[in-house]
Design a protein around this ligand. Structure first.
Ligand code: F0G
Length: 506
């Protein structure tokens, strides 16, 4: 897009105070080497509308009251929950930033779609709408619905992984890796090193390191690698994107060795936004087209529709290979339900089909990422340590720099989430040593480089005023940080321990 004053705006403008942070007031950008962004200064950003501000592309027609319980009640609730925010009752929560999963507000059109549910056991018309939506927007041929993302992860892992195989991926995700391990595989992290550094400003920190992937292929052999597990964006790295150039290069490398690529498409639409914003040649390409091109370099995808796709429950698994599809379609009847509903009600498939079309709308994605950025920039202005650049779905507080005096095995990120709840009733989630779990070989804690507390923003739910309240609360616990001590774990479940573990303060 050529501006009247000759600047090329690379991608949809966001009211981005981050841009000030990245570049300094009117310095040209040197961080994003993708292309024309070098011409953009904070002042030119967003000028195509004649002003820098933006607003949500919707208005509110139904509200749900929120209330904040008093401090003594919060103390009691947190102790009863074993200092684990997953074990709190949502009635005791004020602003809920636990997750962006299943927490979106549906549109009036989606709610209208709920009334068009065809609750037939087999061949529901809503299934065919969903199938068409996935084919249209993601471009894959064959689809099976699942009850949510991990249902699809279970099927693809079981269908393709045999004991002793290796699955390279751009950083682990908790449920994804567990299903790969339960199928007998070993997950191997091949993300670029920059992703493990919360201060590194690389614009595509989700990229796969091609050398790491090539080394693994050379070491174990292509026949021991059922597929590359590629996520866009990368949740555990801070919602960081993968570039189009990277997926293309991964495709080339995999083609040389006959290895498939499956995409975790959970937040791929947010990834497409970052490509439009940062990558050479995509500034004028619609998000929907970027999404489809990216998917075209992969052999299929699993999806937690509870995120990007704007529904409260649901998932899907889509592939291009008809033989593999036959296997999956047969497996889904064992674990999820018949292949035309896979654990979903007809009405939920209808809301999902409509949600897919809404989720690629430019204004929607811009305001979604813009809101996350807004919160990030408030915190950055106060020098509060967060993962940079700010990603698509959440702000990740860097607990190692927040509480440098708390050793990692005393759960600093878990403690940070607990302190935030105590201060203001805001609920966040640990993404550090508790989430990483134990090494199945040695039984020791895994010690991830990133020890983070995630403030996850639901889609279309909270306002900018809520973001201000969140930022002030984070500031309050940051100011009191030197007095804060760690936690000890008093109960540890065997699988995905972070969901149900209990802690006590030290
Ligand atoms: N993949 C990614 C990248 C995810 O973030 C999630 C869920 C899944 C797969 C699994 O999908 O929950 O529908 O079974 N992430 C949620 C979160 C739980 O809070 O980040 P699911």
């Amino acid at each position: 897009m050529i501006e009247p004053d000759g600047f090329i705006i690379h991608g949809a403008p966001v009211n981005s105070r981050e841009s000030l942070r990245l570049r300094g007031r009117d310095e040209p950008c040197s961080t994003f080497q993708g292309g024309d962004m070098s011409n953009i200064t904070p002042r030119t950003m967003g000028q195509q509308f004649g002003r820098r501000s933006w607003a949500e592309p919707w208005k509110i027609k139904m509200v749900e009251p929120l209330r904040m319980i008093g401090r003594p009640d919060r103390e009691r609730a947190l102790a009863e929950a074993g200092y684990n925010t997953f074990l709190l009752r949502s009635d005791d929560v004020y602003i809920d930033l636990l997750t962006d999963s299943g927490t979106s507000a549906m549109s009036d059109r989606q709610w209208a779609g709920m009334l068009l549910g065809d609750e037939a056991y087999a061949g529901s018309r809503n299934f065919y709408h969903l199938e068409e939506a996935v084919q249209t927007y993601y471009g894959y041929r064959y689809l099976t619905p699942t009850h949510q993302g991990r249902g699809a992860e279970h099927l693809i892992s079981r269908a393709l992984i045999k004991p002793g195989m290796y699955i390279p991926g751009n950083m682990y995700f908790t449920t994804t890796r567990l299903h790969q391990e339960l199928a007998g595989g070993v997950f191997v992290d091949v993300i670029i090193n920059e992703a493990h550094d919360p201060t590194n400003m690389h614009p595509f920190k989700g990229n796969i390191d091609l050398n790491k992937l090539a080394d693994l292929i050379a070491r174990v052999g292509a026949d021991k690698i059922p597929y590359v597990s590629l996520a866009g964006t990368v949740n555990m790295a801070g919602g960081q994107p993968v570039s189009m150039a990277n997926v293309r290069a991964v495709r080339e490398l995999c083609d040389r060795h006959g290895i498939r690529i499956f995409l975790d498409a959970t937040r791929m639409i947010e990834n497409a936004f970052f490509i439009q914003e940062r990558e050479e040649g995509y500034a004028a390409t619609p998000i929907a087209a970027i999404l489809k091109e990216f998917c075209s370099y992969t052999d299929g995808a699993w999806m937690s529709a509870k995120k990007d796709n704007l529904v409260n429950i649901g998932g899907w698994l889509a592939v291009n290979d008809s033989e593999l599809f036959d296997t999956l379609r047969n497996m889904v009847v064992i674990y999820e339900g018949l292949h035309t509903y896979g654990g979903m009600a007809g009405r939920d498939m209808e809301a999902l089909a409509i949600g897919i079309a809404e989720s690629v709308e430019e204004d929607h994605v811009r305001s979604r990422v813009g809101q996350v950025r807004y919160l990030g920039e408030l915190l950055t202005d106060w020098d509060i340590p967060i993962v940079q650049p700010v990603g698509g779905h959440a702000i990740f507080l860097d607990a190692k720099r927040f509480y440098p005096h708390i050793p990692q095995d005393q759960f600093p990120a878990q403690r940070l989430a607990a302190e935030l709840y105590l201060d203001s009733g805001i609920r966040a989630m640990e993404r550090g040593i508790a989430s990483a779990g134990r090494d199945p070989e040695t039984g020791d804690h895994r010690y991830p480089a990133l020890e983070l507390t995630r403030l996850t923003i639901p889609r279309r739910v909270y306002t900018q005023a809520h973001m201000d309240v969140v930022a002030e609360s984070v500031k309050a616990i940051y100011d009191a940080r030197t007095q804060t001590r760690g936690l000890k774990m008093t109960y540890e479940p065997q699988y995905l321990r972070f969901f149900q573990a209990r802690f006590e303060p030290l």
